[in-house]
Design a protein around this ligand. Structure first.
Ligand code: AMP
Length: 327
């Protein structure tokens, strides 16, 4: 299956990761929210434009790796400092993790610069980075009505809450982890959290549930949700629940959320549409779930980068079988 030709612009971190799991360890790995998001998106559409910053220590092989996936790196600023680096350690459940070290390095004083030829992309992904950097990217976009999807993390909810609220007013889709959604919305109930997040601005919210999948909340423009996707207590909102693809072994889930977002946005871009329906978004989060599963199967982008569109379609078909039942 060939990929579509709708430009997608992705901003976020480009990192060197050090990762420890209960059974293995990986050092000096390619990481960063934009890296995973970009590679995942590359299976669906092109050109994929990355905006980020790397240091003088960033290995050429990783730039070659991006190029081999057809990703354009003209928006990656090269600085004299060292590349952002993240060190994390996973608990036995391979879901919870501790951040052991963060070396901000070149991200410290970074202001993203979107090259003119990338600024008009109709689909924009603000992968995990400081909300101020997300706002700086939004300010440079030139498309009349780009579709903007954004990710965030617990750190920004804590230290940049007001900036994050500003971002939410300007985007079309927020993707967030379940624990972050509960914290951010100060509720233990995830369905209530989805509604609270929609009320903060975006018309679409996806709450990720790790190995259990994801929930999509979509505010219907008409104010009325179709009865087959509407639940009591959420008037005007359609919801959809995607399962995760079941894996017998998880080697390293780092970047699974970013890959989910990249595939989701890449699929939306590939439709070539000017706006996306609830059905488009449902299809997109299932692609996100499938592509995220590849990321979990090996360290860094090793498995993600080795898949193909054909393989993704096969896994998608299998996931459909596994989550449907006879009437
Ligand atoms: P995920 O597992 O999807 O949450 O993404 C993990 C990736 O996010 C890792 O490759 C890290 O390099 C990157 N990351 C971790 N902390 C930050 C941060 N504070 N800002 C931007 N990216 C980060």
């Amino acid at each position: 299956m060939s990929s579509a030709t709708t430009p997608i612009l992705i901003g976020g971190s480009i990192a060197i990761d050090n990762i420890k799991t209960p059974t293995a360890e990986g050092k000096n790995l390619l990481g960063g929210s934009a890296s995973f998001t970009g590679i995942a998106a590359s299976y669906f559409t092109s050109p994929v434009h990355l905006v980020g910053i790397i240091g003088k220590d960033f290995p050429q092989e990783h730039l070659d790796h991006f190029a081999s996936k057809g990703i354009s790196t003209g928006g990656l600023e090269k600085s004299e400092g060292n590349t952002f680096s993240w060190t994390g350690s996973y608990h036995e459940n391979m879901n919870d993790r501790d951040t052991l070290d963060v070396a901000i390095n070149v991200l410290e004083d970074w202001t993203p610069k979107v090259p003119a030829e990338m600024a008009s992309a109709p689909v924009v992904v603000l992968a995990n980075m400081h909300p101020i950097n997300q706002l700086q990217m939004i300010a440079q976009l030139t498309a009349e009505k780009p579709f903007i999807a954004a990710d965030t993390m617990d750190l920004w909810i804590t230290i940049a809450n007001d900036d994050l609220h500003e971002v939410l007013k300007k985007i079309d889709l927020l993707v967030i982890n379940e624990s972050e959604a509960r914290d951010f919305c100060r509720t233990p109930n995830l369905i209530s959290a989805g509604k609270i997040l929609l009320d903060k601005g975006p018309a679409n919210v996806v709450i990720k549930l790790g190995e259990f999948g994801a929930i999509l909340f979509h505010r219907e423009e008409s104010g009325t949700a179709p009865s087959e996707f509407s639940i009591p207590g959420l008037p005007g909102i359609s919801i959809f629940r995607s399962a995760a693809f079941p894996l017998t072994e998880v080697a390293d889930p780092t970047g699974a959320g970013d890959s989910f977002l990249g595939a989701l946005a890449g699929h939306l871009a590939s439709t070539g549409k000017a706006s996306y329906s609830f059905d488009d978004l449902r299809q997109a989060i299932v692609y996100g779930s499938v592509v995220a599963s590849y990321t979990c199967e090996a360290f860094s982008t090793n498995r993600l980068a080795g898949t193909s569109r054909e393989e993704i379609e096969q896994r998608l078909g299998l996931l459909k079988n596994l989550t449907h039942w006879p009437a």
